[in-house]
Design a protein around this ligand. Structure first.
Ligand SMILES: [Zn+2]
Length: 277
């Protein structure tokens, strides 16, 4: 991984205050979290703004990757749960999906698949729809598409120099372009611009004081136990609890939790399965 440049001289008093504010909030899964940036769409459903990714003060890499399931069961009940594979642990839902996929029921597997949520701190540089956000730091939640753009830019290519986009001095702004394609938000036109310094050293200090901690997203307390997940899964999917003996496999994680720091282009479950075919 590239060297993560720490923001210069973070004001610890202010940081502690922010941490306390943050800790006072209940979890991040259920209630609306005002720390998370929500671009406001124009009437035509599009958004264009400029954001700047920032370093992390409490994690080794400047973002955290989490997986989550959210799907509707056959009887109209929702399953919205953090996926324990985030922590490198086995997940009842993922195991059931894998079995369904192997049994040829790809639609069921796709419906229930885990989705990638990546969190990082960002500075809002330009937000024409909500100018009051400009100059403020938010948590930015994004998925596979933007995550790929982040990794490609950090890595560079034959024609592009690598850019540590999280560096406040040598990093680059990100033009966030959201369009609606086929009823879904589409980020294809978003891109990093040329490297530039965020602002003066003093401005960078002020921004550093607003950075949120990221490690809470990996707090085991956010994840239900495998038994609790299994019970809820059976309820949502309308399965009898004895059905669990059929779908339950050993509780040994298929990956050593110590390996959870594996290649960052750790694709979605479906992609992995498709490659296996
Ligand atoms: Zn899962």
């Amino acid at each position: 991984m590239p060297k993560i440049t720490k923001l210069s001289k973070v004001n610890m008093g202010k940081l502690t205050e922010n941490i306390e504010k943050q800790e006072a909030k209940k979890g991040f899964t259920k209630d609306e979290d005002i720390r998370i940036y929500k671009p406001k769409f124009k009437k035509d459903g599009t958004f264009t703004g400029i954001i700047r990714f920032l370093p992390s003060l409490d994690t080794d890499v400047p973002y955290v990757k989490t997986f989550k399931h959210w799907f509707l069961g056959p009887a109209g009940k929702w399953f919205v749960e953090e996926c324990p594979t985030t922590l490198g642990q086995s997940c009842h839902c993922c195991t059931a999906n894998s079995l369904a996929w192997k049994a040829g029921d790809k639609d069921t597997s796709r419906r229930r698949m885990r989705k990638l949520n990546v969190f990082a701190n960002v500075l809002i540089v330009k937000d024409p729809q909500s100018p009051e956000n400009e100059g403020k730091v938010f948590l930015f939640r994004f998925g596979t598409k933007i995550h790929e753009k982040v990794l490609e830019t950090i890595k560079g290519s034959d024609v592009d120099e690598p850019i540590n986009i999280f560096d406040p001095i040598e990093g680059a702004n990100f033009k966030l372009v959201i369009k609606q394609v086929g009823g879904y938000a589409n980020y294809d036109s978003s891109k990093f611009t040329s490297p530039s310094k965020i602002g003066t050293d003093k401005e960078i200090d002020t921004i550093g004081e607003q950075i949120f901690t990221l490690s809470e997203f990996l707090d085991p307390g956010n994840f239900k136990s495998e038994d609790e997940l299994e019970e809820k899964f059976n309820k949502v999917e309308g399965l009898k609890s004895d059905a669990k003996t059929e779908t339950k496999t050993t509780s040994t994680p298929d990956k050593d939790p110590g390996d959870s720091d594996e290649p960052e282009l750790n694709d979605d479950f479906i992609k992995q399965l498709e490659e296996q075919e």
